[in-house]
Ligand binder design. Structure first.
Ligand SMILES: *[C@@H]1O[C@H](CO)[C@@H](O)[C@H](O)[C@H]1NC(C)=O
Ligand SMILES: *[C@@H]1O[C@H](CO)[C@@H](O)[C@H](O)[C@H]1NC(C)=O
Ligand SMILES: *[C@@H]1O[C@H](CO)[C@@H](O)[C@H](O)[C@H]1NC(C)=O
Ligand SMILES: *[C@@H]1O[C@H](CO)[C@@H](O)[C@H](O)[C@H]1NC(C)=O
Length: 300
């Protein structure tokens, strides 16, 4: 378990987690009081080695899962998972209300986050688990797997700790993290490996958004895995100025897309040869696309 507080919970932990000799399965829940604009009331994410494989939002009440995990169980199973998620949402919402009461917060915008999951080293023996809650960006309560009890990080968590322990929730989650979670993690890892080991070549196109604009876009899409190099060259030399490299974005089907934009006057495009060069593990050699001479020949 990496040392990540609740504050930047999602950002810091997701970035840290995927190291090659450790596999991790992680779930992130967030609930916000109604009224925060443009944010669903409850969001649950599932991540395997830091990559999202499922998400659930209270706004559409539908579990979205990626390609490899669909293969593990039937459609029916995922429907019942969706129902479970609705139950989780309900419980989590109730917890948020209880926590607000403990803080005497009757209104306003408040957030409850929960991060739980497990990790397993490549030796298949060393495992770790964690379950922690954060309220309004600060650690609130966490499960100590050594003692099998909840630790009230904030004094306002003491009552909740006692309630949960009287219901046996500490034992339930300890058991989940040490057994079911590890079992799930191993299963998911083996299924995802087939999908993750695949290589899919990028489709690359070069175009101008508007004929009048001095911006040429080189767009690569549909590739897997994620790492891809994309650069502009002018007469065979790398161009670094007036170049905007965009972040790699996920496609719906689990593949990725990336683009690089070059700002260049139309007359320069006539005088020189501009090429977009793409490197990817699926390609034996780099893929080169030339910007056609003459503005009207550019693809749209
Ligand atoms: C959570 O509880 C609040 C307060 O009762 C309610 O207004 C809201 O609709 C609930 N949200 C969900 C997602 O159940
Ligand atoms: C909440 O209000 C009660 C009653 O007014 C008070 O005794 C308690 O100390 C308050 N708790 C907090 C965390 O402010
Ligand atoms: C869990 O409790 C044990 C015994 O009190 C303590 O030594 C350990 O530091 C605790 N672990 C965490 C993660 O807080
Ligand atoms: C991208 O470029 C770097 C540096 O030249 C290189 O190490 C890496 O292998 C390249 N990646 C791909 C996917 O070709």
């Amino acid at each position: 378990m990496k040392d990540c507080g609740a504050k930047l919970l999602f950002i810091t932990c997701v970035v840290h987690l995927s190291s090659s000799d450790t596999h991790s399965l992680q779930y992130l829940y967030t609930a916000v009081t109604p009224g925060l604009t443009h944010f669903p009331e409850f969001v649950a994410l599932g991540l395997l080695d830091g990559e999202q494989f499922m998400s659930y939002r209270s706004s559409n009440r539908f579990l979205i899962i990626n390609d490899w995990i669909k293969k593990i169980k039937s459609e029916k199973y995922w429907q019942s998972e969706t129902q479970d998620m609705q139950g989780n949402q309900h419980t989590f919402n109730k917890t948020l209300k209880t926590v607000m009461k403990e803080f005497n917060h009757s209104e306003g915008d408040h957030t409850l986050q929960r991060m739980f999951g497990c990790e397993c080293d490549d030796d298949d023996v060393t495992t770790r688990g964690y379950d922690q809650y954060g309220y309004d960006g600060e650690d609130f309560i966490s499960l100590n797997l050594t003692t099998g009890t909840w630790t009230a990080v904030k004094p306002q968590a003491v009552t909740i700790k006692h309630t949960w322990e009287s219901k046996g929730s500490n034992k339930h989650w300890k058991n989940f993290l040490e057994r079911n979670c590890i079992h799930q993690l191993k299963k998911y890892t083996s299924y995802s490996r087939d999908t993750l080991d695949r290589k899919v070549v990028p489709e690359v196109s070069v175009f101008q958004k508007h004929l009048s604009s001095p911006e040429v876009v080189c767009h690569a899409t549909g590739f897997f895995p994620k790492p891809l190099n994309i650069t502009w060259q002018k007469d065979g030399e790398d161009v670094h100025e007036d170049v905007e490299l965009r972040e790699t974005l996920p496609n719906q089907d689990g593949s990725f897309q990336k683009r690089i934009i070059l700002k260049v006057p139309a007359e320069e495009l006539q005088k020189h040869t501009y090429t977009c060069v793409v490197q990817h593990s699926s390609l034996e050699k780099e893929l080169v696309r030339e910007v056609p001479k003459g503005p009207n020949k550019l693809e749209l």
